[in-house]
Design a protein around this ligand. Sequence first.
Ligand code: PRP
Length: 193
Amino acid sequence: MAMQRWALADVSHVLIDQQTLADRVRELGEAISRDYEGREIRAVAVLKGAVIFLADLSRYLSVPVSFDFMAITSYGHSTETSGVVRIIKDLDESIEDRHVLIVEDIVDTGLTLKYLLEILETRQPASLRVCTLLDKAGRRRAPVPIHYRGFSIPNEFVVGYGLDRAGLYRNVPYIFVVREDAADGEAARGGGR
Ligand code: PRP
């Protein structure tokens, strides 16, 4: 049983369980499919956290969809985005005249997304929207538009379903809050949101 298998030492409590995630991801997929009827979506995800969400969400999209990926790194402190971002891997394809949907696992300070929106906007997509699974609005430092939001979450250290702790736990099928004593040392190691 999945929950048993993932009875992890770092878990404080489960914030969003597997069924709740699945239900909400399906709702988002259906809403996006309705809104984009007659159009083709270019889903753009930022590696690595958004990959799990994109994989599940895309299976509920009933309109044509293609994928592209970016990898970026932020300078400065490891658990908080500095806002100064460098592209490590750019998109493979042009997005000009495409209906671009940015798919994120979490919007935290909003600085990554703000930067991304600025860059992609200059490439003249037909439209540009944002879908994020998690919204930690209490931490926002840059106002960013969110068109599709899975869950608003409190300012807690969350891991699982794409989100990592020191590179691990992205494959955990639910979202959990990390135990406070485990989270304390996190800034030194990197990862986690
Ligand atoms: C996460 C997430 C967003 C960003 C959001 O990625 O996927 O891209 O942080 O944070 P912000 O709103 O404060 O800018 P992360 O840097 O943890 O990389 P990862 O996806 O490879 O884990």
